[in-house]
Structure formats: C-alpha cells, structure tokens
Write a protein that binds this ligand. Structure first.
Ligand code: SAH
Ligand code: SF4
Ligand code: F3S
Length: 483
C-alpha cells in the first residue's frame, strides 16, 4: 500500500465534495454547521494503509444507515472510532497515544463510546480491553456489519467485541461514503486479506485469507464514481495481481488483467491506478493490458523489500534478485514511460553489510521514482519473530535506512530532472497547498505536478503541462493551452 499515515485524517467534512448521489447532502457537514440534534455523532480517525482508509468509508456508510452523522469535532462525538494499523511497532504506539487523548474527551462527556477498529483490534482482540480501559468496542476488519449491534451492546454497559475473520466478506454491496474526498480521486477495494505470509508481516494475521470482490460490483462502483464527477480510481488490495473472481453463474474466472480492462472501459476519461503489485505475481498480460489503455496509468508500485536473494528468501517473498530485475526490465520494455516505486525494509534479521549494498544497487537499477522505506520492526507472532533473531543493532538499521533514503532521494531527483522539457497530461486535483494561485495534479506516472492556474480549468479536468523545474518530490511547470 502506498499511503502510510501517522497523522489523523479528520479533514473530511468539506462542503464542495462530490459524493454518491444517494448520499448527497447527508455525509459532509461543515464544522460549525448545525448538526441534526436527533442524530448521534461519530468521529473517525484512520491510520495505516489505503485499505484502512477505504474501510473507514465502509464504516461511515454503515453508521449513516444507522442514524449516525459524521463530525470532525471529537468533543461532541457520541462515538469515537480509531481505525488502526499494526504493521510496525510505531504504528501501534501512535494509536495508544491517541487513545490517551480520547480518554480526556470521554471524561468530559460521559457516555461517549470509544471503539478500536482495524488491524490492531484484530491482533490484540480482547487483550486490548485489558490494556486500554477506556475502550468499549473492539472490531476487526471483517466485522463492520456488526457495528450497530456492538454499539448497542456497549450502550448497555457491556463491551462490544467482534474480531471474527471471514473467508467471504468483501463489503461488495456497501456504497462507501467518500471521507476526505477531493471529488476527483477515489479508492475502490477489489480484494481483502493476504495469503502470502511474508515472514516479517502481520497483515495475514490481521486481515485473514485473501478473497476477491465481485467484478460487477467493482465496475459498478467505478461507473458511479465517474458519473459523480470522479476522474481517477485506485484499485486496492495487498496483492492485486492475484485478483481472481469466479462468476457463480457462468463459472468463468476474471483475473487482474481482465478486471483492469473492464474498469478501463468504463470511460476513457476515468484514470485507473492500482496498488499493491507483488513482484512474484505481476504478469506480462497485466503489463500489455496497461500498455493498451491510455487511461491505465503508467505507474507500478512494486515493493522489492530487499535487493538480496538470501534476505528475500528469509523474508519468504518467493522471488529473488534476478526475478525482480527481469520484471523491472519487462516493465520498461513494454512501457518505456512507466514509473516504478517500491517499499524497502532496512536491517532485516541477519542482513549483512554486503546484502544491504544489494538493496542500494537495486534502487539504482530499478530507477524508483519514490520508495517507502522502513527499519525492520519485529511483530509478535509472525514467522520471522518465531524463527529468526532480530539481530541487526538498531543503530545499524538506522544508518542503513539513512543510506537508503539518501540514495532514493538522489534517484528521485534524477528521474524528475529527466522530465524537464516534457509535456504531461495532468489531472487537476485541486489548489496547491503552498499557493492558491497554483493547481496541483498528477501525471500518469503518479508524479505531483504544480503549475499556475489557468482560467476555465477546474479540479477533475485534464490539462497538458510543460515541465520547467523540478525538486526530488515535485514537477513544476506551465499549462500548454492554445488561447
Ligand atoms: N502488501 C504489500 C505490503 C503491505 S505492508 C506488499 O506486499 O508489498 C506495507 C509495507 O510495510 C511493506 O511493503 C513493508 O515494506 C513494510 N513492512 C511490513 N512489515 C514490516 C515490518 N515488520 N517492519 C518494517 N516494515 C514492514
Ligand atoms: Fe504482508 Fe507480504 Fe501480504 Fe504484503 S504480500 S501484505 S508484505 S504478507
Ligand atoms: Fe494496512 Fe496496517 Fe493493516 S498497513 S492492512 S492497516 S496492519
């Protein structure tokens, strides 16, 4: 997943949102706006990967159907929810800190319920109730339909707990409420869970078995988003390349390449992105499908984790350095303009200095436009925690991470410099954070492009932009409009 967030996401109640037709006016209230006094208010914060943010939109939908309305002011909430991440120890620490803050709110407003959702709820289960006295609800990622029942249990003074992991649940029929939306880009969950068992990773334990969502419901959601003015969807799953859905009537199966094609055909003006691709599963069929549709973005998030084959073996990633390099070569062969990004772990168990050098050389080889880089954090219960010693000293891990970050910064800058003088089709997402006189948007390669606003153009429009200057994070340009 590409979004790692250590900050709460509560700025979702803006009034200029385009949302599901049947929800118009219901979901988003300006702060200060009068909330319906007959309804109960919920407040939600999300942490972790895009999957979690997408799940919070499902949760919001379920709550709206049960008489709740969202607020971004936790002081007036009847229900405070935190959708949590367990991927690294730090992610869990952040959640515990937020719970301390909620505790204060609860003391001022007795009766407020506090619920922990998501991966940390699933990992710790009832233990969380012992560790965190203020928590009233513990709800795992497959149990959100049960929320209304769990809330009434908690209102009666008991604790509401459901951490049952399902083999079927995909929430296919629930129309998500677009929290935090810019009205242009949206996430669509296409599968849940993960069957891969990378040795360092907690996700198979917190999200359960992999299952794919009904293709028709995905295409229908993309169509509805397009009709509501959205112009870009990101198809989400821990391993999108293993998407496989069997039509119960025809018994035909749909693979990821076919799903991509089906969504690409919704409308040529709807851009398609996806995340995350697993190097062992990304097929030539996916690459050629990407190449055949202009609206499938030329960008692949292809986490390598380590550039060394022995370490990759210990990680149980099931590919080696050579396999990964072959996939990268194939991507550039089929789509010379494609951008690749990565996730990298520094200092996995027993990693030597030489093996770390292999990770550095992989960054140069793959020409990642960006990487999400972490020090290895041992997670209780994972295969790595059981089998290997977390024996790389923290100082060494940090130094290796620093080297990785420095090199990636240099490569990012170089790949951006190579874009100077090129013109890209940019989808306008909104005003630049720094200046209201500028628009921000992305090119197909997922690079952020900033350029002075042009009359007659608005978020959701495509515009050609000539790149004039770059930093390691952004392309700066000028729109190319024939007046
Ligand atoms: N499904 C995605 C990854 C999801 S987790 C994939 O397979 O690529 C996001 C990233 O967090 C991982 O790619 C990995 O780089 C990092 N990560 C996962 N577990 C970790 C751990 N125990 N310590 C440090 N980083 C970890
Ligand atoms: Fe974790 Fe591996 Fe699954 Fe990604 S593919 S979620 S790293 S187990
Ligand atoms: Fe995502 Fe964190 Fe769970 S990365 S799947 S929210 S452990």
């Amino acid at each position: 997943m590409e979004l790692y967030n250590d900050n709460p996401t509560i700025d979702f109640l803006k009034s200029d949102k385009k949302i599901d037709e049947n929800r118009q006016g219901e979901a988003f209230k300006e702060i200060g706006e009068v909330l319906d006094p007959k309804k109960k208010n919920f407040y939600i914060e999300s942490y972790g990967c895009s999957m979690n943010f997408s799940d919070s939109e499902i949760v919001a939908s379920i709550l709206l159907d049960n008489g709740y309305q969202p607020t971004k002011n936790m002081e007036i909430a009847d229900l405070i929810l935190i959708n949590t991440c367990s991927i690294r120890e730090k992610a869990e620490d952040t959640v515990r800190k937020r719970l301390r803050i909620f505790d204060k709110v609860k003391k001022n407003r007795p009766g407020t319920l506090v619920g922990v959702l998501g991966c940390m709820a699933e990992r710790l289960k009832k233990k969380l109730l012992e560790q965190e006295k203020l928590v009233d609800l513990v709800v795992g990622p497959d149990a959100y339909r049960d929320l209304p029942k769990l809330i009434s249990t908690a209102e009666d003074g008991d604790k509401g707990v459901n951490v049952f992991l399902s083999r079927e649940e995909t929430y296919a029929d629930i129309s998500p409420i677009r929290l935090q939306s810019n009205g242009v880009t949206a996430f669509i969950s296409i599968m849940r869970g993960c069957d891969n068992m990378c040795s360092f990773c907690v996700v198979p334990f917190t999200r359960g078995r992999e299952r794919s969502r009904d293709t028709f419901s995905i295409v229908a959601e993309a169509t509805q988003l397009f009709n509501n003015g959205f112009r870009e969807v990101t198809l989400l799953g821990q391993n999108v390349d293993s998407y496989k859905w069997e039509n119960p009537e025809t018994k035909e199966t749909v693979n990821f390449a076919q799903l991509l094609e089906a969504v690409a055909k919704v409308n040529p003006l709807l851009r398609i992105r996806f995340s995350t691709s697993h190097p062992k599963d990304i097929t030539d069929e996916v690459l050629t499908t990407m190449a055949s549709y202009e609206n499938i973005c030329k960008y692949i998030h292809l986490p390598v984790q380590s550039g060394n084959s022995r370490v990759l073996g210990l990680m149980n990633r099931t590919y080696d350095r050579e396999w990964y390099m072959e996939r990268v070569n194939k991507i550039y062969e089929i789509m010379p303009d494609c951008a690749i990004s990565s996730d990298i772990i520094a200092g996995f168990c027993t990693e030597t200095e030489e093996e770390h050098q292999d990770t550095l050389s992989m960054i140069e080889f793959s020409r990642y436009i960006i990487s999400y880089m972490f020090v290895y954090s041992e997670r209780p219960g994972t295969p790595a925690a059981k089998k290997y010693k977390d024996d790389v000293p923290h100082e060494t891990k940090k130094r290796r991470l620093h080297e990785i970050i420095m090199l990636q910064g240099k490569v990012s800058l170089e790949t951006n410099q190579a874009d100077i003088g090129k013109t890209f089709k940019v989808l306008i997402e909104g005003s630049s954070k720094r200046s209201d006189a500028d628009f921000k948007g992305r090119n197909s390669q997922n690079k952020m492009v900033i350029f002075p606003k042009v009359d007659g153009y608005k978020p959701g429009d495509y515009i050609p932009v000539l790149i004039k200057k770059v930093t390691s994070a952004t392309l700066l340009g000028e729109a190319q409009i024939n007046e």
